[in-house]
Design a protein around this ligand. Structure first.
Ligand SMILES: Cc1cc2nc3c(=O)[nH]c(=O)nc-3n(C[C@H](O)[C@H](O)[C@H](O)COP(=O)(O)OP(=O)(O)OC[C@H]3O[C@@H](n4cnc5c(N)ncnc54)[C@H](O)[C@@H]3O)c2cc1C
Length: 386
């Protein structure tokens, strides 16, 4: 009997896993050695790294979504609809009133985004395409005043995105020749930019922000929001708070694991799915989890950042090992948290690169080539998968 693999989620991790599974198992058009079912509630798949470009009018909605029907090759079938429950004991999922059973399961359902302090009444959640595009509409009308980029809570996916957002907004208002009339401030509960990295990297990012005259407010924990005003608890002593005005607000939402994952008892003490660091297998046999939904400790109490680059490497690792198991061979690939992350500034970009578990990371100086590297990564994603 042909094995069935259930891939939960058709975002960056899920699409990568399905594609890699099909390739590594040896599915071809007409000869499918395994059935790969991808479950996705949306009609198309969002490439979130391009949302920061959408905020400043460099991308439109149609450019940052992939049509999931294009993924249906090599034994891959897309089941459209919301997964309503998961039973890890039976290795089944329910969607559209039907129960699907798999021999293997790869969970890549990402994060549930929450609206903390009712922020969407006052600003734009740029972690969604709706929020990124409504921010851009308001930005085009902006003639001067205070622009706030606020990180509403930790953890959030893409540790770089709020910095990139502030830098791209800076470029936009400079090009509009209103930079002298615009204040740009980034508020975050983090102690340092990208605090998973080294002090040197944090300082370089701070320097880039200073050069662009972007005000950086770390250790600012959002406690309430209102019309044109945010209130933070601040590091200035016990009980210190600051109420700050803004005219235009972009914010990151709260992040939790999806309800169905919690209901299935798949979350650990971290609140996220806990997996074997090397194989990404959960405590259930043949059930793997990858991408933003997992929490991987990388030492000193830090967690691996939630990033698409890791979701893709994890998809590759899991697909390799499932393909070997199907052939009756021992799984032999382990996930290594190595990779690179680009911080785009518009005309140029810098790159954080290296090994995330031993802190052996470097930051490459800003250059136009790195900006093109980020564009190339986006183009490759769509060409390879859709
Ligand atoms: C603004 C921004 C900028 C970013 N920039 C970068 C970057 O430069 N580099 C980088 O590496 N990463 C970046 N990221 C992070 C990257 O997008 C994520 O880490 C990546 O998408 C994680 O992949 P995933 O498969 O875990 O989750 P997702 O891509 O979020 O996919 C999860 C999928 O599951 C689906 N789903 C959820 N629940 C259900 C359900 N019940 N039923 C059916 N389907 C469901 C969702 O609709 C979604 O399609 C950025 C993210 C944002 C928001």
């Amino acid at each position: 009997m042909k094995p069935t693999i259930l891939v939960l989620g058709g975002g960056i991790g899920g699409v990568s896993a399905a594609r890699e599974l099909s390739r590594k198992i040896g599915n071809e058009d007409g000869i499918n050695l395994a059935r790969i079912l991808v479950f996705e509630k949306e009609k198309s798949s969002l490439y979130a790294p391009s949302l920061t470009w959408m905020m400043v009018g460099k991308r439109e909605e149609k450019q940052i979504y992939g049509d999931l029907s294009d993924v249906e090759l090599g034994g891959i079938e897309v089941i459209h609809g919301e997964i309503t429950s998961i039973d890890p004991e039976k290795r089944t999922v329910a969607s559209n009133g039907t129960e699907y059973k798999g021999d293997y399961m790869v969970i890549s359902l990402g994060t549930k985004l929450t609206d903390r302090h009712d922020l969407s009444r006052y600003g734009h959640n740029f972690y969604t395409s709706g929020g990124a595009s409504s921010f851009y509409e308001e930005l085009t009308q902006f003639e001067g005043g205070e622009i706030a980029v606020a990180v509403s809570s930790l953890p959030h996916k893409s540790p770089v995105a709020p910095y990139e957002a502030a830098l791209l907004i800076d470029e936009f208002v400079r090009e509009k020749d209103i930079r002298h009339k615009a204040g740009i401030t980034l508020y975050t509960p983090e102690t340092e930019p990208m605090d998973f990295a080294s002090e040197e990297i944090s300082e370089k990012v701070r320097r880039i922000m200073r050069q662009k005259d972007i005000s950086y407010k770390p250790e600012h924990e959002l406690i309430s929001a209102g019309k044109n005003r945010l209130t933070f608890s601040t590091p200035g002593g016990q009980g210190a708070t600051a109420a700050v005005p803004f005219d235009l607000l972009a914010f990151t939402p709260g992040h939790t694991s999806p309800d169905i994952i919690q209901e299935a008892g798949l979350t650990g003490t971290s609140g996220w799915v806990e997996v074997d660091m090397q194989t990404l297998e959960t405590s259930y046999d043949n059930i793997y989890a990858i991408g933003d939904i997992i929490s991987l400790p990388i030492g000193e109490g830090k967690m691996l950042p939630k990033a698409g680059v890791f979701a893709q490497y994890q998809a590759d690792t899991v697909a390799h090992n499932i393909a070997r198991k199907i052939r009756g061979k021992k799984p032999d690939k382990t996930f290594e948290p190595k990779g690179s992350y680009i911080l785009d500034q518009g005309d140029k970009a810098s790159k954080v690169d290296g090994s995330f578990d031993d802190g052996n990371l470097t930051i490459k100086t800003s250059s136009m080539i790195r900006h093109w590297e980020k564009i190339l990564a986006e183009k490759t994603w769509f060409l390879k998968n859709f």
